[in-house]
Design a protein around this ligand. Structure first.
Ligand SMILES: C[S@@+](CC[C@H](N)C(=O)[O-])C[C@H]1O[C@@H](n2cnc3c(N)ncnc32)[C@H](O)[C@@H]1O
Ligand SMILES: [Zn+2]
Length: 341
């Protein structure tokens, strides 16, 4: 971790807003590799290991399946390393944040996984704090240190192992809050969606992307029948199971994806097929395997009604709330608990 991060970290246990004291054990150049962060207010301490401050207790980490998933598929969704632009296109389309605006901004990426969206923002020159509950943070840090395809405007990514349900940051410090693909995997989605805006400065945009309640999902009979047991399997078995499903169904799903109207029915297959025409077949296969593991592995999948998310954001005092299927935008106005910049 770089030293600037210390200015925005806070004790997740007592949230005193007093910050933490840093004791460094090992350091290379500006990167603190190991040490301890201590809270003067409540005397708790948190380790820095492998360059990452760690605020998660073992019993809090219900999402270690994701840790294994992202460490196994570290780079395939990171545009810069994998050589595509899928994440950037999705990011620009849904957030509406322009590359020019992002330059120099301090952005919070909640539940960053291996950091595909963090990486897009850093490529545009943002300083990003990628926070995740699981050991996905190790994959994210490894990606940050991969120099392949770096833009000349590139900002930085700092990685923090922390929970959106117990955030280790001061209030009112970020220029933007981004959280994509995470809310449905949290046992208390409302609590996480209510907590993140407090991290933002006044005027900061807040963006959430989540699974929408979808009547069609009840026809995904195999997926939801299997999900009754697969989240409790060892993750190695979820991997083997998903590999077999992909071996059986990837080619049929590829053929179906080439036929208009028929491609609609792909969603009822037992795999999460990914068939972007702009990427190689091998990459399509790997992304399908990754997303299939992402179907069967997570402990929680709690879909949201975007109108509910909108009402929640309004109840927090956020302004300019706009929602659509799977998406919510708002701006931090004056919000209880958050301090102005
Ligand atoms: C489907 S992945 C999405 C990762 C990334 N946002 C992306 O779109 O590639 C969901 C991530 O949310 C993380 N997660 C789940 N619950 C969390 C929590 N309470 N706090 C922080 N991260 C959490 C998981 O560890 C996992 O990496
Ligand atoms: Zn404390």
């Amino acid at each position: 971790m770089r030293a600037w991060l210390i200015d925005i970290l806070d004790c997740p246990e007592c949230r005193s807003d007093a910050g933490l004291t840093l004791k460094i054990d090992t350091q290379t150049h500006d990167d603190i590799l190991s040490g301890v962060l201590e809270c003067q207010a409540c005397a708790r301490s948190f380790p820095i290991r492998d360059g990452i401050p760690r605020f998660v207790q073992a019993d809090e980490n219900y999402s270690e399946n994701f840790g294994v998933q992202w460490r196994s598929f570290r780079a395939i969704q990171v545009d810069r390393i994998a050589g595509h632009t899928l994440t950037q296109s999705r990011f620009l389309k849904y957030t509406g944040w322009s590359p020019e605006w992002l330059k120099g901004k301090l952005v919070f990426d909640g539940g960053a996984g291996a950091g595909r969206f963090s990486d897009v923002m850093a490529q545009f020159g943002a300083r990003v704090v990628a926070c995740d509950l699981s050991s996905a943070v190790d994959a994210c840090r490894a990606n940050e240190y991969d120099t392949m395809g770096r833009s000349s405007a590139r900002g930085e990514i700092e990685t923090v192992q922390g929970s959106l349900l117990n955030l280790p940051f001061k209030s009112g410090v970020f220029d933007a809050v981004h959280c994509a693909g995470v809310i449905q995997h949290i046992p208390d989605p409302d609590a996480a969606m209510s907590a993140m805006p407090a991290l933002a400065k006044n005027g900061a945009p807040i963006f959430y992307n989540f699974y929408e309640i979808d009547p069609m999902s009840k026809f995904q009979v195999f997926k939801y029948l299997m999900r009754r047991i697969t989240p409790d399997w060892p993750i190695s078995r979820v991997f083997i199971f998903s590999r077999w499903l992909c071996r059986l169904f990837f080619i049929p799903s590829y053929i179906m994806s080439r036929i208009p109207k028929v491609r609609f029915f792909n969603r009822f297959l037992p795999i999460c097929s990914v068939h972007h025409p702009h990427i190689a077949l091998r990459q399509q296969y790997e992304m399908t395997l990754l997303d299939t593991i992402d179907w069967y592995g997570p402990k929680y999948e709690i879909r949201q009604d975007h109108r509910h998310v909108g009402r929640l954001m309004e109840s927090l005092g956020l302004t300019g709330v706009r929602t659509a299927n799977g998406i919510a935008h708002a701006t931090k106005g004056s919000i209880h608990g958050g301090s102005a910049d």
